[in-house]
Design a protein around this ligand. Structure first.
Ligand code: ADP
Length: 270
């Protein structure tokens, strides 16, 4: 694994007018070639953590370091060349083609009103190929299926040629095949191409099959950080999600099954 690309050291954040921290002292690092998952219940601070990582919010205490430099010392355009973001919700409403959309990812590399250079075209072509969307490069984005649209959004982030990719709920509303395809693509970009990856997801079972490390956050605090085997324990999952679970190991990876409330008794007897 490569250099540390993102680092949080004791980061706190409190929204103005709120009497508790949304993120309370989180320490975390992500290396190039490493995929880190962030999971936790609703309201646990995942979105706030992402906003801190990309420099949209400034930490109230502690430090965020991107590629060895405090996040606040990078200008926006420089930061956009390092961090590719696939945000959570975005409807394909603009009358753009797939290729035009992926070209938008080149913006941080291009001068204002500049014509695309050879390097820009090459990066777009490579991103289209890498995400397997070449076949519909000329289609309007409004005509894409959910799975295709997600791959296009990853391609747009990739066209930036980032050192780290941050994805917020990349498989929301996708069926099993398409959510597997998205995770396999992200895992390949990280583990084969060597960029860093951070993925926030509700799909804990899916994520642990692909990530190297998992951060479990609860009430703005780190409940567990480690390999899937280290964090996917019944104790941690039940405490964080406040629901009885059963843990099974499939392909060497722990998976959890939420029990019906009426089954809790038998779970206790195991
Ligand atoms: P998650 O993404 O895990 O659902 P969030 O980071 O959105 O969690 O929220 C963490 C906490 O911060 C929650 O208590 C939420 O109510 C609060 N919060 C989020 N955004 C704001 C905001 N703009 N102003 C005030 N409080 C906020």
């Amino acid at each position: 694994m490569g250099e540390v690309i993102l680092e949080l050291a004791g980061v706190r954040y409190r929204y103005p007018g709120v009497d508790r921290d949304a993120v309370g002292g989180v320490t975390l690092h992500v290396r190039e070639g490493e995929l880190v998952g962030i999971v936790g219940p609703n309201g646990s601070g995942k979105t706030t953590l992402l906003r801190l990582l990309v420099g949209v919010l400034r930490a109230s205490a502690g430090g965020v370091t991107v590629a060895g430099k405090p996040v606040g010392e990078w200008n926006r355009r420089e930061l956009a060349r390092i961090i590719g973001v696939v945000p959570q919700r975005e409807e394909p409403v603009f009358p753009l083609t797939v290729e035009e959309t992926v070209f938008l990812g080149r913006y941080p590399h291009m001068g204002a009103l500049a014509a695309p250079r050879r390097a820009d075209r090459a990066a777009v072509q490579s991103a289209l190929e890498r995400c397997d969307v070449v076949a519909f490069a000329d289609r309007r984005i409004s005509t894409l299926s959910g799975g295709e649209w997600q791959r296009v959004r990853v391609a747009r982030a990739l066209a930036q040629e980032p050192k780290v990719l941050i994805l917020d709920e990349p498989t929301a509303n996708l069926d099993i095949r398409h959510e597997m395809e998205v995770f396999e693509l992200v895992s390949d970009l990280v583990h084969h191409d060597g960029i860093g990856g951070v993925v926030v997801t509700h799909h804990v079972n899916l994520a642990v099959r692909f990530v190297d490390k998992m951060l479990v956050i609860n009430g703005g605090r780190v409940e567990a950080f480690g390999t899937p085997r280290e964090v996917m324990t019944r104790e941690v999952m039940e405490r964080v999600f406040q629901w009885p679970v059963h843990i099974e190991t499939i392909d060497g990876v722990p998976q959890f099954v939420p029990l019906k409330s009426t089954q809790t008794g038998s779970a206790e007897n195991e």
